[in-house]
Design a binder for this molecule. Sequence first.
Ligand code: DGT
Ligand code: CA
Ligand code: CA
Ligand code: ZN
Length: 583
Amino acid sequence: MNREIAQIFENIADMLQLKGENIHRYLSYRRAAETIRDLPRDLRAISAEGGLTDLPNIGKTLADKINEYIETGKLEFYERLKAEIPESLLDIMRINGVGPKKAKLFWDELGITTVAELQAAAENNQLAGLKGMGSKSQQKILDGIQALSRQTGRTPLGKALPAAQAILDILLAMPQVIKGEIAGSIRRARPTIGDVDILVAVQDMSDSAPIMQTFVSMENVARILGQGETKSSVELVNGLQVDVRVLPLARWGTGLQYFTGSQAHNVKIRQIALNQGYSLNEHVLSPVDSNGDIIPDAPKLTFETEESLYEQLGLSWIPPELREDMGEIEAAQTHSLPHLITLDDIQGDLHMHTTWSDGKLSVREMAEAAYQRGCKYIVITDHSRSLGIANGLSIERLLAQQEEVRRVDAEMNGKIRVFHGTEMDINADGGLDFPDEILEQLDFVIASLHVSLRQDEEQITRRLLNAIQNPHVDLIGHPRAQQIPHREPVKADMDAIFAAAKQHNTALEINANPIRLDLEANYARRAIEMGILLAINTDAHQAEQLDLMHYGIRTARRGWVTPDMVINTWDVARFQAWITDQT
Ligand code: DGT
Ligand code: CA
Ligand code: CA
Ligand code: ZN
């Protein structure tokens, strides 16, 4: 109880400071938070004795607030503040080099409410021109964000994968390199990455030295951690560690299998090999005797491909995203692995923003960009009215937008279909941001949580259930509302949510933006096992973000998702029939 209240007072102090309130006002909350944090006794006991106002830094007003929280589990004042100020701004304030004044400046000037948005703005050089800012202070903020993510120790897949690909491309361009692959947790598409593992194959190990020299001489290398014939490691200037391994082509299969992991998967694979009379390491399969000792003169088996290695062990080749010892080995033994979704299966994208709310392109430009990427249909889903910071649409603007969407749909002349929807906020009290008579005029309705994400499990669950049960809501957007790596998922009763989604035929999103990847794989897997439909969407705010779809696909594959369960793999006729059916 003490810790909870101290945290709330701390947040209130930050929010008041952000609002530019009088220093005495917010300091009184901050000092009270400190007092409470250091208290040796539970506030409830002190309150019961009527002793709250005897505590240092706590007067009548704050004592009343403490009592309110003890009695109701809530603080009206705090709830009001949260409705006014996005909580995610507090994370921004806490970045080294930001603070409340700048957080407010970025919010006012650029509508920035999350660390990820701040990072994007800094990377696009949007902060440097603001009042009191410059390119130096902009860089300092980027460093602060970097430091924050280093604290978690893991790098988001969305950062690690492009960095790894750029290095691999440099190596693949070398004449000595026959082929190469990103291995490790990136290949398995974990949402966060410890370090980058890259493998390259050569005809002969004498080709290794120039490859390693090129690798450690890259301009973004901050430190060389090791340089050898088979393995070199560096730390990049952004803090990411990269291991490159060189192996002979003849042993590519065993090497790639081993360094893809996961460790748990490999342990079980080695046991299967042992049961068949072989010892498996990253190089070869070696015949063993009945004691499990390697038979010295027996010929060793090498594998140029993973497929041939798995086949030797009696297994189907296992897609890397499944290699977590979550049942994939048993399924490979009976050759009953699922037929996983691929990027090619995707025909539509059901979640994107335009200049009507916080996107960068017009409806027409979005349609063109999606068409160029091979999309057969899209839904325009701008934010709804209560999300003022994202320039959410009033009912009037929503209806005006519908006319524009209809016009663009006609202009595109069947090359791509353009549907009209909304990404409607699920408000803090659980209410939906548009009334039913408006929703029923839309082709497709997404409902999403954006505010009051730190509510307790019961409140969050009630909000989600309320949206799922509404007959006009087709999809819950990023259901867990996490942001990688800074923001934890909301607390919610996922069993209840899945049961309701099943009952009401409401689909759940896998949001493909690598900051979200939400639903996470394990929940996606449970959802499809229950027969709940999914949609994998980019949530693009600009053209390039339409290219993020593959992250959603990777996440879906980690969740054993097959194409038939994903509504935007359907052709436009089937999709249209489904949304019409949904009322
Ligand atoms: P990370 O880097 O923490 O995101 O996760 P991974 O899976 O990339 O782990 P990493 O970089 O330590 O090693 C890459 C792969 O190499 C790992 O998935 C499995 C394999 N591996 C590394 N060390 C061991 C080990 O001691 N035993 C086994 N069985 N496999 C290992
Ligand atoms: Ca790794
Ligand atoms: Ca590694
Ligand atoms: Zn969105």
